[in-house]
Design a binder for this molecule. Sequence first.
Ligand SMILES: NC(=O)c1ccc[n+]([C@@H]2O[C@H](COP(=O)([O-])OP(=O)(O)OC[C@H]3O[C@@H](n4cnc5c(N)ncnc54)[C@H](OP(=O)(O)O)[C@@H]3O)[C@@H](O)[C@H]2O)c1
Length: 260
Amino acid sequence: MKILLLGKGGQVGWELQRSLASLGQLVALDWDSTDFCGDFSQPEALAEAVRRIAPQVIVNAAAHTAVDRAESEPDRAHLINATAPGVLAREAQALGAWLVHYSTDYVFDGSGSRPWREGDEPAPLNVYGRTKLDGERAIASGCDRHLIFRTSWVYAARGSNFAKTMLRLAGEREQLQVIDDQIGAPTGADLLADVTALAFCKPEGNWRVRDIQPVASSAFPAAARRPHNSRLDTAKLQEAFGLSLPPWQHGVDRMLAEIL
Ligand SMILES: NC(=O)c1ccc[n+]([C@@H]2O[C@H](COP(=O)([O-])OP(=O)(O)OC[C@H]3O[C@@H](n4cnc5c(N)ncnc54)[C@H](OP(=O)(O)O)[C@@H]3O)[C@@H](O)[C@H]2O)c1
């Protein structure tokens, strides 16, 4: 089986390089790859690369994930998060290939308190969420054989994420202000990558007690509005693929043990 991985250098892409490696012949690209175009800002060159590689499975971990920056560059966010995935869907359909893609809880408005389900009505609050929703729709309508995994609050030892920002600030400050009105489940990039591989196998040192102050989101004004409730219901995923997902705390403990 030939697998094309796009966005290989991101948090999830990096872990996918590991989890997909034993499943077949893996061609992994990033936006600056030279052998083939992996740049989502050039959708037709990307399409040409897909045609030349002719994979049986395309896994797309590339995205415009800078949520606040997307507010000031909506066209670029749309190009990368919606137009290019739509082109991938077209090429996957022509090849009869599977297209695996990742989306986000940001397609929802974050209201209420129960975890969001697949069939709930999307209502994104910001440009990033809207472009990711457009990407989902382009894939769902353009490619019969697709899997879209919505995830939230992704962390990894590699890359930029909330957990690493907090660890850095904890090393610099005596007092931390942490937003306490957004609810979600931290999701390890390694778990996402393992679930992806499983899914298509079966279609103290520096520790000090700190003063942590819970604050409202409004204490950290940002360009993009964010959902309050980012929880996603994983029941359908677990049932469809016969998985038993661990409590989110397990992955966070592992990541902290690795990084500290
Ligand atoms: N991170 C989260 O909390 C979160 C939450 C929900 C859903 N998701 C979704 O999960 C997926 C993986 O996210 P992640 O956390 O792994 O994000 P990430 O670490 O930001 O990785 C995204 C990758 O896409 C690359 N990229 C950016 N512009 C590109 C372009 N024009 N062409 C090709 N590649 C480009 C980035 O390269 P550079 O780093 O060099 O720009 C990076 O390697 C995405 O679909 C994202 O929307 C993430």
